[in-house]
Write a protein that binds this ligand. Structure first.
Ligand code: SF4
Length: 295
């Protein structure tokens, strides 16, 4: 881990990343791809130590509130967040300025900020975006080695559901020949429906592989599933889109089940739902008067 002072934080599309790089170790991680031009090892997480200051500056300048999203490139709940609490301070600022918050994570550390998400939800809007890829916790431990198991993530979803904070789940990737089974998909969908999620993002039953990400993934396959990388090479070559041979059937099942349970399943609809900030009556809550940065 190393620190840096960033120049800007919030993009014009209302996205931000407090950390650059990730130690969660997912074998399929797209953020490792060379196109993102990391100038440091991916696991040597860069901490934007002035993130709260930059966020406050950006929020002050905005004429209208919006939902600020984080986690598209790096999980914001890195282990170091436990000590640093940059994400927690950023959430306090979003609450203070009446903005919404949306976070993509696989980590149960997000539960630490549950009260904050609840307050933001009451004043503006909060959306938890959680990724689930595999029903089998043992396999999850191989594919996503340094973050909590799928069953723990399901508990996190339930905790957010209890507080009436909406969630959108990403079921992606579904790895060809590893997790692209009907049984796996049904199990994940059932947990999503049980946790009352508003939407599920699943572009395809498959994954994407770009330079950098592909090499890392194939090395992991060689370590844990001998012969599998050869199977990928033969079938997909250097293709970017690597869809399961069962893609059509699995996607049919996905759309049918979501339709049946009234869950958003078109990615664009999910993204519109996340970004949409409804007007709410101002409410006083536990965090009113909180000083930014105060634990
Ligand atoms: S949590 Fe996300 S950013 Fe981190 S390694 Fe996994 S896929 Fe990559």
């Amino acid at each position: 881990m190393h620190t840096a002072r960033a120049k800007t934080l919030v993009s014009r599309w209302n996205g931000m990343n407090i950390y650059r790089g990730c130690v969660h170790g997912c074998v399929y991680c797209d953020s490792r791809s060379t196109c993102y031009r990391f100038t440091h090892p991916f696991e040597d997480v860069e901490v934007k130590e002035n993130a709260p200051e930059l966020l406050e500056e950006a929020l002050r300048k905005r004429r209208a509130a919006a939902v600020i999203s984080t986690g598209s490139m790096s999980d914001p709940y890195q282990p170091c967040e436990k000590e640093l609490r940059l994400m927690g301070r950023c959430l306090e600022l979003l609450y203070k300025y009446g903005f919404g918050a949306s976070v993509i994570t696989k980590s149960d550390l997000v539960l630490r900020d549950l009260d904050l998400f609840e307050c933001i939800q009451q004043r503006a809007k909060s959306v938890l975006q959680m990724t689930l890829t595999v029903s089998d916790d043992k396999l999850s431990g191989i594919l996503e080695p340094n973050v909590c198991s799928t069953s723990r993530r399901y508990e996190v979803l339930k905790a957010f559901q209890e507080r009436e904070i909406p969630a959108v789940v990403w079921i992606t990737p579904l790895l060809p020949f590893l997790t692209d089974t009907e049984e796996n998909l049904r199990w994940l969908l059932d947990r999503c429906f049980d946790a009352g999620v508003r939407g599920i993002v699943c572009f395809n039953a498959g994954m994407t592989l770009r330079d950098g990400c592909r090499e890392y993934y194939y090395k992991a396959l060689d370590r844990h599933f001998p012969g599998m990388s050869e199977k990928y090479r033969k079938r997909y070559g250097n293709a970017y889109e690597v869809n399961s041979p069962r893609n059509a059937a699995l996607m049919r099942l996905f759309h049918e089940q979501c339709e049946k349970y009234g869950v958003l399943h078109d990615p664009e609809q999910c993204f519109r739902y996340i970004a949409d900030l409804p007007e709410k009556e101002p409410q006083i809550s536990l965090f009113d008067g909180i000083a930014p940065g105060k634990p």
